[in-house]
Design a protein around this ligand. Structure first.
Ligand code: PLP
Length: 367
C-alpha cells in the first residue's frame, strides 16, 4: 500500500525531538501562546523573509484576521480565484464582504493575473491570490494592478510554505498572508494551527490584538475580537519541524522530479508545470486526466491512494449558489475540478514508491 499521505512516517523521524519539546510545554504549563509559540513565530518570520509572524489557531482564522486588518467591511468586494479550498472564500464571507471570483491560469492553476483588472469595481478592497498546490501565483502583475488601483493584497499561502516567486518567499510579497498548519499541510501541527506573516507594523499590531480578545495591554480591550490563539503544544511541534522543513521540501521536489521524468510520455495526462518564476513546493502533485475517476479506481486496486483538489470549483459549490454563477463561467477552474488527480506526495516517499506509482499510472492509462 502507498497511501496518498503518510503522517506517521514523519512522526517516527522526529519522535524524540518532539517529545522533548512537548515535555517542556508540560513542565512550564505554557498551554496557550507562551515561549514555544513565540520562538516558533520568530523562526517562521525569518523563514518567510518577513518582519512579523503572528501565530493563530488555524489557517482560516489567519485569513479572517487578514481581512479585518485590511479594513474589509460588509459590502466590500474581495477578488479571489474560482479554484481554491472553500476556506479562502469563507474568510471573505465572515466579514459579510462579497467574493468576486476570477478564473485561474491554465498553466500555474493560480489566479489568472490578466483577469483581475476587469473584476475591479469601486467597492473592491482586496485582491487575494492563492498559491495553489504549493506554487506561487504570478505575483508581479497582481501586485502591479493592486498598486495602481490602491488595493490591499492578501496572500493565501496555506499550501505554500517555503514556495518562492522570483526568489521571494510566498507570504512576503503582499501586505499580509495567511498560512495553515493543518496536519496534512507541508508544515503541519499535531492539531489545528495557522499564522499570519507581514512586513507591515500596523497590520501585525492589529492581528496580534485580534487573536487575543483585542487587548492592547493586559485587561485593556481596545478591539472587539476573538480567541484565535495558538496552543503551546502546536508552537512546540512546529518549532521542531522548522528544523526539517527545507529537507522535507527537497524530498517533495525530488519525488515530483521523478514523477515528471517517468510520466512525461504517458498519453492522455497533463503534468503540473513548474513556472519559470517559481520554486514549487508540491503540497499537491496533481495531474490532469479526463477519465479521472476510472484511473483513481485502478490505482486504488493497485494499492495506491489518490485524492482530488477539488471536486468543485468555488462557483459550483452548493454553499455558494448566492454568487449566481453557472457552469461555463470559469472554464480553467472547471477543468481542474473535472480532471485533477492528486498522486501520493509526502517527503518520506521513497524513490521506489514513486517509481511504483508511476508504473501503475502508466498501466492504468495504457491498458
Ligand atoms: C488548508 C487551507 C486553508 C485553511 O486552513 P485551515 O488551517 O484548515 O483552517 C485555507 N486556504 C487554503 C488554500 C488551504 O489549503
Amino acid at each position: 500500500m502507498i497511501p496518498f499521505v503518510d503522517l506517521k512516517a514523519q512522526y517516527r523521524s522526529i519522535k524524540d525531538e518532539v517529545k522533548v519539546a512537548l515535555d517542556d510545554v508540560l513542565e512550564n504549563a505554557s498551554f496557550v501562546l507562551g515561549p514555544a509559540v513565540a520562538r516558533f513565530e520568530e523562526k517562521f518570520a525569518a523563514y518567510c523573509g518577513t518582519k512579523h509572524c503572528v501565530a493563530v489557531n488555524s489557517g482560516t482564522s489567519a485569513l479572517h484576521l487578514a481581512m479585518l486588518a485590511a479594513g474589509v467591511k460588509r459590502g466590500d468586494e474581495v477578488i479571489a480565484p474560482a479554484m481554491t479550498f472553500v476556506a479562502t472564500v469563507a474568510a471573505i464571507d465572515y466579514i459579510g464582504a462579497k467574493p468576486v471570483l476570477v478564473d485561474v491560469d491554465p498553466a500555474s492553476y493560480c489566479m489568472n493575473p490578466t483577469k483581475v483588472e476587469a473584476a475591479i469595481t469601486p467597492r473592491t478592497k482586496v485582491v487575494m491570490p492563492v498559491h495553489l498546490y504549493g506554487q506561487s501565483a504570478d505575483m508581479d502583475p497582481i501586485l502591479d494592478v493592486a498598486r495602481r488601483r490602491n488595493l490591499i493584497v492578501i496572500e493565501d499561502a496555506a499550501q505554500a510554505h517555503g514556495a518562492e516567486y522570483k526568489g521571494r518567499r510566498c507570504g512576503s510579497m503582499g501586505d499580509i498572508a495567511g498560512f495553515s498548519f493543518y496536519p496534512g499541510k507541508n508544515l503541519g501541527a499535531f492539531g489545528e494551527g495557522g499564522a499570519l506573516v507581514t512586513n507591515r507594523d500596523d497590520f501585525a499590531k492589529t492581528v496580534r490584538m485580534l487573536r487575543d480578545w483585542g487587548q492592547e495591554t493586559k485587561g485593556v480591550h481596545v478591539l472587539k475580537a476573538f480567541n484565535y490563539r495558538m496552543e503551546g503544544f502546536q508552537g512546540a511541534v512546529l518549532g521542531v519541524k522548522m528544523n526539517h522543513i527545507e529537507a522535507w521540501t527537497e524530498g517533495r521536489r525530488r519525488a515530483a522530479a521523478i514523477y515528471d521524468r517517468l510520466l512525461s510520455d504517458v498519453p492522455g495526462i497533463v503534468l503540473p508545470t513548474e513556472m519559470s518564476y517559481a520554486r514549487h513546493v508540491y503540497h499537491v502533485y496533481g495531474i490532469l486526466v479526463k477519465s479521472r475517476n476510472a484511473v483513481a479506481r485502478k490505482l486504488q486496486d493497485a494499492g495506491i491512494g489518490t485524492n482530488v483538489h477539488y471536486l468543485n470549483p468555488i462557483h459550483l459549490q452548493p454553499c455558494h449558489v448566492e454568487l449566481g454563477h453557472k457552469r461555463g463561467d470559469f472554464p480553467d477552474a472547471e477543468r481542474l475540478a473535472d480532471e485533477e488527480l492528486s498522486l501520493p506526495m509526502y517527503p518520506e516517499l521513497t524513490d521506489e514508491q514513486v517509481i511504483q506509482v508511476a508504473a501503475a499510472l502508466r498501466a492504468a492509462l495504457c491498458a
